[in-house]
Design a protein around this ligand. Structure first.
Ligand code: NAD
Ligand code: WQD
Length: 340
């Protein structure tokens, strides 16, 4: 069985990917420092799959721990690198935390496995496109100056990976540019765990519906979009997780060389008001929402051209916006009855 190191494997996207790796016959080995997760997620993964993955609790910025990791796990065929800090607003307040955690962890990991023939998947983001000039945005669209230190770390990381490949490392690399991951596993045993007040739309919706928040504010209805609210490409986290397996499969082919990048989205945009309507329609729960001012730094609209992923990863999304909302709601209800 092929062993895959999954950094950040107890996080939101990482935990769903660990499940899909097991389903596909891989042996995931999880690395996480629990800075934005919970040890119980390992038990939840075990409940879903019937298999308990090996787990190394360590900080990827710690040189000694990462060296020990490479000694403990020499025979891996791939790495999926999710571990990073991801709160855009916090990155503006604490840029050095983000440059250290998101860049140094990557450099450390590439360093200790340098020279080994490894397939490396990197979690990038549609944030690299900023507000694209053309929609849907393709992978060849220009990378725009970053809006935040967080966004900048994704751009820098992509450059680091390209330079590492160019230096003759034995790595093959796929950077996956996620659009907006939402939803949860159908078992409702794993999902997103926002710390404090959620900044992202869907956790804010579900926390409002459950009564943790009084109301949700729609950040602006005066954009140049069909209903005036911002448009994004929301993708179910289980579809997203499956794309990581597809990326590994592509790199396992002799014909794949070097570095490539793929958009991961549905290819369809939904407005904030459409997402709220989908939540109400699919769950039967009415949401208390108001229209407020624009949030600074928001792009008006973005959705992805996902043709390249369809053609080359042989992957496409299966789950629609209603399924995304229903599963996010089931997870919120599970959490309220089973706090971690
Ligand atoms: P998450 O916070 O749920 O998961 C990240 C995991 O990494 C957490 O479990 C955390 O404890 C761990 N971690 C962080 N720093 C670490 C370190 N130094 N050493 C070891 N473990 C560490 O985030 P997520 O939503 O699952 O995102 C995963 C990746 O996808 C991130 O790289 C993120 O930037 C990227 N991404 C996320 C989104 C999104 O909207 N969720 C969108 C685009 C890209
Ligand atoms: C979606 C829409 C908000 C909350 C962020 C990062 C991006 C990527 C994904 C990692 C926007 C609106 C939100 C609320 C609202 N992450 N909204 N009321 O901003 O597209 O992207 O997460 O790489 O880098 O920037 O996602 O979920 O925050 O917002 O109206 O209470 O919902 O204005 O239009 P965003 P989001």
């Amino acid at each position: 069985m092929s062993k895959i190191l999954v950094t950040g494997g107890l996080g939101y996207i990482g935990s769903h990917t660990v499940v899909e790796l097991i389903n596909a016959g891989y042996e995931p080995v999880i690395v996480d420092d629990l800075s934005n997760s919970h040890p119980k997620i390992l038990e939840q993964i075990t409940k879903i799959t019937g298999k308990k993955p090996v787990f190394h609790q360590l900080d990827l910025c710690d040189d000694a721990s990462v060296k020990n990791l490479a000694t403990a796990e020499p025979r891996i065929s791939g790495i999926i690198h999710f571990a990073a800090s991801k709160a855009v607003g916090e990155s503006v307040q604490q840029p050095l935390k983000y440059y250290r955690n998101n860049i140094y962890s990557l450099v450390n990991l590439l360093n200790v496995y340098y020279g080994k023939p490894l397939n490396f998947v990197f979690s990038s983001s549609c944030t690299v496109y900023g507000q694209p000039d053309e929609l849907p945005v393709t992978e060849s669209a220009p990378v725009k100056p970053a809006e935040s230190p967080y966004g900048n770390t994704k751009q820098i990381a992509e450059e680091i990976l390209k330079d590492t490949i160019a230096s003759g490392a034995n790595y093959k690399v796929i950077a996956l540019r996620y659009f907006n991951p939402v939803g949860a596993h159908e078992s409702a045993l794993i999902g997103e765990l926002p710390i404090g007040v959620p900044q992202n739309l869907v956790p804010f919706i579900t926390q409002t519906a459950i009564g943790k928040r009084e109301k949700i504010t729609v950040f602006g209805d005066d954009y140049n979009t069909p209903d005036g609210s911002c448009v994004r490409d929301y993708i179910h986290v289980v579809d997203l997780a499956k794309a990581h397996v597809a990326a590994l499969k592509l790199m396992e082919k002799e014909s794949f060389k070097g570095y490539d990048v793929f958009n991961l989205g549905t290819g369809v945009g939904n407005s904030v008001l459409e997402v709220i309507a989908a939540f109400e329609r699919s769950t039967g729960v009415k949401l208390n929402y108001t229209i407020g001012p624009r949030r600074s730094g928001d792009v008006e609209q973005v959705w992805g051209d996902v043709t390249k992923a369809k053609d080359q990863l042989h992957w496409q999304t299966m789950l629609d916006i209603d399924t995304m909302m229903k599963s996010a709601w089931a997870w919120e209800k599970y959490l309220s009855q089973n706090p971690l």
